[in-house]
Each structure stands twice: as structure tokens, then as C-alpha cells.
Ligand binder design. Structure first.
Ligand code: ZN
Length: 428
């Protein structure tokens, strides 16, 4: 049952809201953000040219570099006195991207996150263990507000301290766990080390996000912890977590709350829209944010859109789960490859644990790629035999041969307890 009836409304009603809110958003951006006004003037487009959502392609795009260039508050559309909260998304390089919310914006976020949790199957009787990081990162606050708005109970434990996570989960009977996919596996491993069968833990739903997660990785999480694994998507530049989520009924694509965040998919090279259902880069426009209206944000995340009605009854468009970013693309000796394709291929093999790393070097002006794969605890094949199987599979599925392929002992690859897991190390 949807949290908000708009989730299952007639498409024409959703369209109506999008049209109206796009007009308001463009007016706000044009009148109050010099960055957008200059770009639109240059393109010869004004608020009067935007009548329906189809007109969105007339608008300029926004990039992460724009956030950095306009640091700290050049993209704000309201006076500081109206701002109620500021978050920031950490960049590995340069200034963080600063995002701001008015009181109304916070309400929009809370509602979107409450919808998301309800779609995940969380009810007001449930206890949600929130193992996302708190602070400037939007993960912790987003989950917390959403759970409270829904009327569920929330345990704000934050990331890390796995010992305590397990103890409180068991003692309090947490129904849902929110964290990165890699951390949910870490918790499972830690439980096993303590002689606890992770399937006996009280959690029945893991809501994961902030990292890409391929289907085999999700299956591993579901099997190891005996849970429903629900993929949650969001990004600070747009709002934080709660832009889209899988419904627990179908678990087949993430419903985008498109009355609030409008999705387009474009060719990452040209920026032109792709055909419906085709893969490309996700572009998002906020339709409901006052402090920081964002027009056509180039997320870098690769996905496709599916407008077919879902078996859950929701009519809102579904996006495919994001397993790669356009800037993650590895180009090795003329072969274009996403790390997620490697993950997808190797995790299909029994005896391979869901832990691997990819190292990139440059030698004599050539790219060298080294792959390290962990053997599963209960592996039947020896390491040599497993290495052959992995190499064969990579070659037959991806036509890809790493320069070196090492199979290592169970537990040999470092785990990430706090923050996002790193799997690709570029030493070039
Ligand atoms: Zn659905």
C-alpha cells in the first residue's frame, strides 16, 4: 500500500504535477540564482518558454563541477535566514558540494524517505537500525527523518562498531537494517566469527545504498542474512537518500518519486536523450526544492527507465539499479569495461566470495589491470582451479583477460566498516 496516493495515481495526474512544478522551479532558479539566469540567457530561453515537462530539454544542465565552482552558496535560491539545514557531500578532490534546505525542503525529503521506507516494506511497528553515517553526509539524517515520519522506531547507531551493531540488533530485535551493501556482508561475517548464524538475526529487510550493488551481490546478501535486500538510491545534490527505491512487492527496478525528482536518461557522451528503456546517464531535476533548485543534474550514474506499470500498483517510473558510473568506465587496451561487469561475472561463480579488488597501473605507457579475487570460506575448488575458472569466465563473458589474476584466502581483502567500500585502485 503506497504511503502517498500520488505513487499509484493516473499518469496524467503525475504529469500535471510535473508540469506545474517544473514551471515553478524554473522561475525560482531564473529569478534567484545568477548561475542559472546567465546560462539560460545565453541559450535564449526564459521561464516563459517552459510550459510542460517536455520543455525540460530546453534547459541547461548542471554538473558536479558547477557545484564546486559555485562553492559555497552560489546555487542557493533563498536568503540565508530561510535555510534550516546544510549538508555537504565529500569529494575525493576539491571543495565539497554544499547543499541547503528550507523548512519546506526538509518536509519534502522526509516525505520522500517515508515513502521509500514504506515501499521497502517497513511499517510503523518496525525498528529500523540506521547504520549509515551521520554528520554532513545525508545518509544518516535522511534515514532517520524518514523512519520517524513514517512512524517507525529508529535506532541511530551510525556506521561502524560492528560488535555493538550485532548486540543491539539482537537485544532490541531490529526489523530492518539500513547500511551500504558491503557493510551488511561485513556484519554477516562478523556474526559468523562469533558463532552466530546471520540468518538467525532478527533483521528481515536490509535497505542498502550509497554503493553500487549488482544482482549477484544482492543475492549473496539475501542468502547470507535471509533477508529482503532493497536498493535505495539518492544523492545529496538532489536531496539525499529517497530519490528512488525498489518496492518489496516486485524488487524489480527502483520507483523514482518523479512528482518531486524528474528523471531523464541521456547519452553520456553527447547529452542527447536516449530511447525509452535504453541505458544512459541519469539526469535529475528537482521539482520541489526552494533553497537549491537543481536543473538537469548530470549524475554520472548509468541506468535505464521503465514506464510499465509495476505489480505493486505504483505507476511511478522505475529506474534500473545503478551498477556503474560514467566516470568509472575502465578503458583497458581498447576494451571498455565497468567494474560492475567484472563483479557481475565473477560473483556468478560458486567458490568466489563477494570481495575483490581491481588495481590499475601504467607500465611503459600501457595500462595494466590486476584483479584480486577472494575464495569463499566453503570453497570446494582449490585456488589454482578457481583461478582457471575465473579467467575462463571473464574471457568468455567479457572478452577480458586481466594482466594478473590472483585468488586469495577467505578474509584476505580488507573490509570497510565505515563509509563506502573501495574496490578500484587507480595508481596511474
Ligand atoms: Zn513496484
Amino acid at each position: 500500500m503506497p504511503y502517498n496516493e500520488i505513487e499509484a495515481a493516473d499518469r496524467s495526474e503525475i504529469r500535471e504535477r510535473q508540469n506545474e512544478r517544473l514551471r515553478e522551479t524554473v522561475r525560482n532558479a531564473y529569478e534567484n540564482v545568477p548561475f542559472y539566469r546567465e546560462q539560460m540567457d545565453e541559450m535564449g530561453v526564459g521561464p516563459a518558454d517552459i510550459e510542460t515537462i517536455e520543455d525540460i530539454t530546453k534547459l541547461p544542465t548542471t554538473t558536479k563541477e558547477d557545484f564546486r565552482d559555485e562553492y559555497p552558496d552560489g546555487l542557493f535560491a533563498v536568503d540565508h535566514s530561510e535555510v534550516r539545514r546544510i549538508h555537504a557531500s565529500s569529494g575525493t578532490t576539491g571543495k565539497p558540494k554544499i547543499v541547503a534546505y528550507t523548512e519546506d525542503d526538509l518536509d519534502v525529503w522526509k516525505e520522500a524517505m517515508a515513502r521509500s521506507l514504506a515501499a521497502a516494506g517497513v511499517t510503523e511497528d518496525d525498528l529500523v537500525q540506521n547504520a549509515y553515517g551521520y554528520g554532513l553526509f545525508t545518509g544518516g539524517a535522511g534515514l532517520q527523518q524518514g523512519a520517524e515520519t513514517l512512524g517507525a522506531a529508529l535506532l541511530p547507531i551510525g556506521g561502524g562498531d560492528t560488535e555493538k551493531q550485532l548486540e543491539m540488533m539482537t537485544d532490541l530485535g531490529s526489523d530492518a537494517l539500513a547500511c551500504t551493501p558491503s557493510y551488511s556482508l561485513y556484519i554477516a561475517e562478523h556474526a559468523e566469527e562469533q558463532g552466530i548464524d546471520p540468518r538467525d538475526l532478527p533483521v528481515s529487510t536490509v535497505i542498502f545504498g550509497a554503493e553500487p550493488c549488482t544482482d549477484p551481490m544482492r543475492e549473496e546478501i539475501e542468502r547470507r542474512l535471509d533477508v529482503n535486500g532493497i536498493d535505495l538510491y539518492g544523492l545529496s545534490e538532489i536531496v539525499g537518500p529517497g530519490v528512488s527505491i525498489e518496492c518489496h512487492e516486485a524488487q524489480d527496478g527502483l520507483h523514482v518519486w518523479e512528482d518531486r525528482f524528474y528523471p531523464e536518461v541521456v547519452d553520456p557522451a553527447t547529452g542527447e536523450p536516449v530511447e525509452e528503456g535504453e541505458e544512459g546517464e541519469l539526469v535529475l531535476t528537482t521539482l520541489n526544492k526552494d533553497a537549491l533548485p537543481v536543473l538537469r543534474y548530470r549524475t554520472g550514474d548509468m541506468t535505464s527507465l521503465n514506464y510499465e506499470e509495476c505489480e505493486c500498483g505504483r505507476t511511478m517510473v522505475r529506474m534500473d539499479n545503478v551498477t556503474g558510473r560514467s566516470d568509472d568506465l575502465l578503458i583497458v587496451r581498447g576494451i571498455n569495461l565497468y567494474p560492475s561487469q567484472i563483479e557481475d561475472t565473477i560473483l556468478e561463480i560458486d567458490d568466489v566470495a563477494p570481495h575483490y579488488r581491481i588495481d590499475l597501473y601504467e607500465q611503459d605507457n600501457l595500462d595494466v589491470i590486476e584483479l584480486t579475487v577472494e575464495q569463499a570460506e566453503d570453497a570446494e575448488r582449490g585456488k589454482d582451479q578457481l583461478q582457471e575458472v575465473v579467467a575462463d569466465r571473464l574471457d568468455s563473458v567479457l572478452a577480458f583477460t586481466p594482466d594478473s589474476l590472483e585468488i586469495v584466502d577467505p578474509g584476505a581483502i580488507a573490509r570497510t566498516e565505515v563509509g563506502k567500500v573501495q574496490r578500484v585502485y587507480d595508481h596511474r
